[in-house]
Design a protein around this ligand. Structure first.
Ligand code: ATP
Ligand code: PRP
Ligand code: NIO
Length: 495
């Protein structure tokens, strides 16, 4: 066992090299394929999740930009090769040599970020040499699962906050630095308005916003002095934190005094922030004090372990909160800290150059039986209502049929006798080619465009699917062909 570290602590050679951001079993399978001469056979994997998080009626897909960056920069560097050489498996030199040449040269299709997605539909489809497709499973799921989870949590918070401003405050409680920045991005996609994380703001162009901490007030002889000096130092539109000592007895009156002094100099206080206590009561009382002093346009920011349920609750209590700062509960997805997305082999070449053959993964749990074959996913939108009726998985050779709007049968794959026919629909193909033969084939949209697209997605669904509590489940159906193939493979015990 070696104790040598390859981490130079300076964000240098190791940092950002992600070839070994994978599970050892992937490398071992690559090695075994290579030893057996099967490593060049084409394999098709689909990434999907089986269960929606937080009891929500949908999830919001995110993570694609990070996946694309990972794929495009995926190389084995010398220090990684050296590390592999030290492993107990004693990988042959010729295998390590193969890794030196490694490039991802396959195809990746994915749904666009911001898309509303549902259980058991492919969100990412990878078709590549099994050598390549196997390696990327771990990182791809890592990015997709975390970012989709946070975007979904953020969508719930956005729904609870209605039209109010949402600030993402999670970095200090996030599961490390990368989670903080990619989580901030996922939250922005799903409707947050700004982040406190400066790196996320710089990397992604998210608006950065900040108030001040209790430390600023504690560091001054008086609360009044703290507020005045802060307001004097910053250009305009300051927000003052009023709960260090006594929110209603001193914090709000001192903030009002500062606001008067600012007004005399043609400046303004834009908001106060309350970070403890009964946020409903305190915000209502603070609102009265501000209004009585003539500061009707000064906003109230609230923070303190907020989540979507507390926000709904505070609104029901008539809280006068305009802006919500949400940190820990969002960035850690505290009530469900992981999304169980999986990456399953659905088809492969049994021998080099042969046609792709569908494969199945059987399970005692019917929900875990995979759906064999390389599939496309369509969103069937009813032309009369403009609303999505179901998502529909079909083999690529069924495309013309669906594109031409020919009558299709929608049925529940668990209870196939429950069915209906649809003919007046538009079929929107969800999986878009992103990487084709290793090259980027998709113009990654700007973040604002992703955010706007997410809003359009929401408009496609009935409120019954979107509601926060006990939403109606949205169907993901199989074409008759896909369903029959699946049943036939189950009958034959998967062979
Ligand atoms: N009126 C309210 N209704 C429901 N939940 C509230 C209300 N006011 C605050 N909360 C929430 O209750 C939780 C605990 O609030 P509490 O005032 O006990 O905070 P605290 O962190 O203990 O206070 P402090 O920061 O002073 O120690 C927080 O998640 C907060 O957002
Ligand atoms: O509550 P969150 O949703 O995570 O939002 C971020 C929190 O971080 C800050 O306080 P900090 O945690 O440093 O101290 P405090 O909780 O004791 O105020 C801020 O005042 C918020 O309360
Ligand atoms: O700007 C703020 O008020 C802020 C930022 C991070 C965490 N809590 C609060």
């Amino acid at each position: 066992m070696t104790t040598q570290t390859h981490f130079d602590g300076a964000g240098g050679r190791e940092y950002g090299h992600l070839a070994l951001h994978t599970d050892k079993y992937q490398i071992n399978m690559m090695y075994a394929h290579w030893k057996n001469g099967t490593h060049d056979r084409i394999a098709v994997f689909e990434a999907y999740f089986r269960k929606l998080p937080f009891g929500n009626g949908y999830a919001v897909f995110a993570g694609l930009e990070r996946i694309v960056d990972y794929i495009q920069t995926l190389r084995f560097h010398e220090h990684e090769i050296m590390f592999l050489r030290e492993q107990e498996e004693r990988y042959e030199e010729a295998f390590l040599q193969e890794l030196r040449q490694f490039r991802f040269n396959g195809d990746i299709l994915a749904v666009p970020e911001g898309t509303l997605v549902f259980p058991n539909e492919p969100l990412v489809r990878v078709e590549a040499r099994v050598f390549e497709a196997q390696l990327i499973e771990t990182a791809l799921l890592n990015f997709m699962n975390y970012q989709t989870l946070i975007a979904t949590k953020a969508a719930r918070v956005r729904r609870a906050a209605e039209q109010d401003v949402l600030l993402e405050f999670g970095t200090r409680r996030a599961q490390e630095a990368e989670a903080a920045v990619w989580g901030a991005r996922a939250a922005f996609i799903a409707g947050f308005d700004a982040t406190s994380n400066m790196r996320a703001a710089m990397l992604f162009g998210i608006p950065a916003k900040g108030t001040h901490a209790h430390a600023w007030v504690q560091a001054h002889a008086s609360e009044q002095e703290a507020f005045d000096r802060y307001a004097a130092a910053l250009p305009d539109d300051v927000t003052l934190l009023v709960d260090t000592y006594d929110t209603l007895g001193s914090g709000v009156p001192h903030a009002i005094e500062t606001a008067h002094r600012l007004a005399a100099r043609g400046k303004r206080m834009s908001a106060i922030r309350i970070d403890s206590g009964d946020l409903a009561y305190l915000s209502k009382e603070a609102r009265q004090q501000l209004d009585a002093a003539g500061f009707l346009d000064v906003k109230i920011v609230a923070s303190n372990d907020l989540d979507e349920s507390i926000i709904v609750n505070l609104k029901a209590q008539g809280a006068r909160i305009d802006i919500w700062g949400v940190g820990t509960q969002l960035i850690t997805a505290a009530d469900q800290p992981s999304l169980g997305g999986v990456y399953k082999l659905v088809a492969h070449e049994r021998a080099a150059g042969e046609e792709l053959e569908p494969v199945i993964k059987l399970s005692n749990n019917p929900e875990k039986v995979s759906t064999p074959g390389k599939k496309d996913a369509y969103r069937i939108v009813n032309r009369q209502t403009g609303k999505a009726e179901a998502d529909y998985l079909a083999f690529p050779n069924e495309e013309a049929h669906i594109r031409n709007g020919e009558r299709i049968k929608l049925f529940d794959p668990i209870h196939p006798y429950r069915h209906k026919w649809v003919d007046d629909y538009e079929a929107v193909q969800l999986l878009q080619p992103v990487i084709v033969k290793g090259e980027l084939a998709f113009e990654l949209p700007l973040l604002d465009a992703i955010r706007a697209y997410h809003q359009q997605q929401l408009a496609l669904f009935w409120p019954e699917v979107l509601r926060k509590v006990n939403p109606q489940s949205y169907p993901v159906d199989l074409s008759v062909d896909v369903w029959e193939h699946k049943m036939a493979l189950i009958e034959r015990g998967g062979k």
